[in-house]
Design a protein around this ligand. Structure first.
Ligand SMILES: Nc1ncnc2c1ncn2[C@@H]1O[C@H](COP(=O)(O)OP(=O)(O)O)[C@@H](O)[C@H]1O
Ligand SMILES: [Mg+2]
Length: 270
């Protein structure tokens, strides 16, 4: 097997030199795979993506221990410009598109770091093909798009940088079920075109439906890891994330249930 596109070993991250957000994180993304990263609010999912994309310092955080290896190169504490140029691209939480610019201008902004003009134009064509709605609305202001369309634009802007590994931070957040299904389809298509994806989600059903492997973060640690299909069948994930057998019915990750039962699946405990 070829070497993994991403290997995280023993990663620890703290905010402000005090608040420990991640401890002993081990996580692998095989080349060409979609990996889901699940976990409740505050579990550390965004922090892990910040560590991967070299943006921790913007949030007064730092890597305290461990290593991040991307495509065989150590990128622990690397500058963002370097990792983006190497094809590690993050689509941040909360979309962060430029609402006063047009759809086209937002997309072009995503390609600014790409010097190769032909590669940039190929990425642009690929994005318009993947998202016909963005092609139709190219000259409209991005602020006029629906929430789902804005998320498509945020993903499209990320694709403009020509990623080898795309990091998506909760793309389904706040979207209607039908639109969440479309986001899942988009992830499938991006994967089918050869891009590896690390998909952070609270929507476990969607994420496990498109992922090859999955990891569950629980208060800064990996509590479960394994093939996505197996995790979807596990009691712990069913109860806590898929809304089956929960006393609270909704199965929301924040349901006021004790966190203890999460570690019952010892075989997958990292
Ligand atoms: N900028 C920050 N400063 C201090 N603590 C933070 C900051 N961002 C996140 N944290 C803390 O780090 C932990 C993980 O947060 P986060 O990575 O945002 O979780 P998730 O994305 O899984 O919801 C939480 O305890 C959160 O309060
Ligand atoms: Mg988050």
């Amino acid at each position: 097997m070829s070497r993994p596109i991403l290997e995280v070993r023993g990663l620890a991250v703290t905010y402000g030199g005090a608040v420990e957000a991640l401890r002993g994180i081990d996580l692998t993304v095989e080349r060409g795979h979609v990996v889901a990263l699940l976990g409740s609010n505050g579990a550390g999912k965004t922090t892990l993506l910040r560590a991967l994309s070299g943006t921790l310092r913007l949030h007064r955080a730092r890597v305290d221990a461990g290593t991040i290896t991307y495509d065989g190169t150590d990128i622990t504490r690397a500058e963002t410009a370097r990792t983006v140029a190497a094809g590690l691209v993050q689509v941040p939480e909360g979309r962060r598109i430029f609402t006063r610019l047009t759809v086209e201008e937002n997309l072009r902004a995503g390609g600014l770091g790409t010097r190769d003009r032909a590669a940039r134009e190929a990425a642009h064509a690929r994005v318009l093909e993947l998202f016909p709605v963005l092609a139709q609305r190219r000259h409209q202001r991005a602020g006029l798009l629906s929430g789902g369309e804005q998320q498509m634009l945020a993903i499209g802007r990320g694709l403009m940088a020509g990623p080898q590994l795309l990091l998506l931070d909760e793309p389904s957040l706040g979207l209607a079920p039908r639109v969440i299904g479309q986001i899942g389809e988009v992830v499938r298509e991006i994967h089918a075109q050869g891009t590896s994806v690390l998909l952070v989600e609270q929507n476990a059903a969607m994420a496990l439906g498109v992922a090859d492997e999955a990891f569950v973060l629980d208060v800064g640690r990996v509590s479960l890891a394994g093939p996505a299909a197996e995790l979807a069948q596990s009691d712990a994930v069913q109860r806590l994330y898929l809304g089956h057998g929960s006393e609270h019915g909704a199965g929301a990750p924040d349901a006021a249930e004790p966190a203890r039962p999460r570690r019952t699946l010892s075989r997958w405990t990292a």
